[in-house]
Design a protein around this ligand. Structure first.
Ligand code: SF4
Length: 408
């Protein structure tokens, strides 16, 4: 049985083409027959994509404009995959975290991150308006929370692996180690399920896993996400975030046109290698060269994510080096004050330190925003995702999923 969400439209056309019923007229050549069969298969594939991805229909029998024979064939050969929710939790700020069960008993997480109409990204220390209200959703029907018109943006942060092999020192998923790659249908279905909950506007591969370590599956998933007959996201609104697998960055630009974010987090090889082992293989120079060569469309920029760690990468010298390093790369910098969690060896810099760092960049015409962490009370903030049970190293440790024990 094939999972529907693992198929690009071209894959589906290839499967459907032999089923096409072309009325053969005597003067048709084999080539003409094939073209006609392809057209018919393409039309059917579009219809099916629309039923599933636009209308969220998950039963073949309900696709009433398909022939009965085709519906029977689909039922016998292709299964529409569903993820079942083990738990979902909503944070005070509206961030909504989902823990999904996979068929092999593993779990992964996705998060819906709302952005307020008035995004106060650069005002450190000031809570967004919706946070001042406490839990804006308490006592309200679930439907209201997800369909709310309060949000300018609803970003789906999705996972690409169970765990992660990159072992970034500041990241909870990195502590877990890699368990396995996600299949295409497991990636696409996270968005499919989340979009049934809320009108998702953006997708970021910033959940569990290093997306470029699972390259082929992530690329194929992106093709489905940006297919106008599929989930129909703008390529600008789908962002792959990498810790810096340089050969994969080079390949990505040739394979699929989506936005790129790079987790930089350091301005010297020595400092970056301390917190990101990937830097020992592909150092800052190699990484930034790959960024320089990344094919960006007009008016598009690479986002450099910069997790700020007290005393490690938050000095003015770091800010100074950062400006020099990214000079000439169409980019913006997203400063992410570290989200402390119990047992973490790192500390969050003071708001003042972050502000001074940001001002240094802004004064030198570097676009720099400060990300206000969302969902910290349910461990959904950046670097806080980790599946509920188990680690690649077999230390079966239960996390109190969604409690604020480990969050700051
Ligand atoms: S920050 Fe990303 S790449 Fe690094 S360990 Fe965590 S999930 Fe993996």
């Amino acid at each position: 049985m094939i999972y529907f969400q693992s198929l690009t439209r071209n894959d589906l056309i290839t499967l459907l083409q032999p089923l096409s019923q072309i009325k053969r007229s005597s003067d048709m050549t084999p080539d003409q027959l094939e073209v006609k069969a392809h057209r018919q298969a393409n039309y059917r594939a579009q219809q099916i994509f629309h039923w599933v991805y636009q209308r969220h229909v998950t039963e073949w029998d309900e696709m009433t404009d398909l022939s009965k024979d085709l519906r029977v064939w689909l039922k016998e050969n292709i299964q529409i995959f569903r993820l079942s929710t083990r738990q979902s939790r909503q944070a005070m700020d509206g961030t909504h975290k989902f823990l999904w069960d996979l068929v092999d008993g593993k779990t992964i997480e996705s998060v819906i991150i709302p952005s307020a109409l008035q995004e106060p990204e650069q005002e450190l220390g000031q809570e967004p308006e919706f946070q001042k209200e406490g839990n804006a959703f308490a006592g309200r029907p679930a439907k209201e929370t997800v369909q709310s018109v309060r949000w300018k943006r609803l970003t789906a942060c999705i996972s690409s692996q169970v765990g992660c092999a990159m072992a970034c020192k500041f990241c909870l998923t990195g502590i877990q180690g890699l368990d396995r790659h996600l299949a295409v249908h497991e990636i696409v279905t996270q968005v499919f399920e989340l979009r049934k909950q809320a009108p998702i506007t953006n997708i970021v591969f910033m959940g569990m896993g290093e997306p470029l370590h699972n390259f082929e599956n992530v690329v194929k998933a992106c093709e489905i996400l940006i297919d106008q007959h599929g989930l129909n996201f703008s390529k600008r609104k789908v962002t792959i975030s990498t810790s810096g697998i340089v050969p994969a960055i080079e390949s990505l630009g040739k394979r699929v046109d989506v936005s790129l974010a790079v987790s930089l987090n350091g301005t010297t090889d020595e400092g970056r290698s301390l917190i990101m082992p990937v830097n020992k293989k592909w150092n800052i120079e190699k990484l930034l060269n790959a960024c320089r060569n990344y094919p960006l469309g007009s008016h598009r920029r690479i986002t450099f994510e910069y997790v700020m760690l007290q005393g490690l990468n938050d000095s003015l010298e770091d800010a100074q080096r950062l400006v020099g390093l990214i000079r000439g790369i169409p980019s913006k910098v997203n400063l992410i004050p570290f989200n402390e969690h119990s047992g973490s060896e790192f500390k969050r810099p003071s708001d003042q330190t972050v502000r001074i760092f940001q001002k240094y960049l802004l004064d030198r015409q570097v676009t720099a925003t400060v990300r206000i962490s969302r969902g910290r009370d349910i461990l959904a903030a950046c670097g806080q995702l980790r599946s509920v049970f188990g680690t690649a190293r077999g230390t079966e440790k239960h996390l109190d999923w969604g409690s604020n024990q480990s969050a700051v």
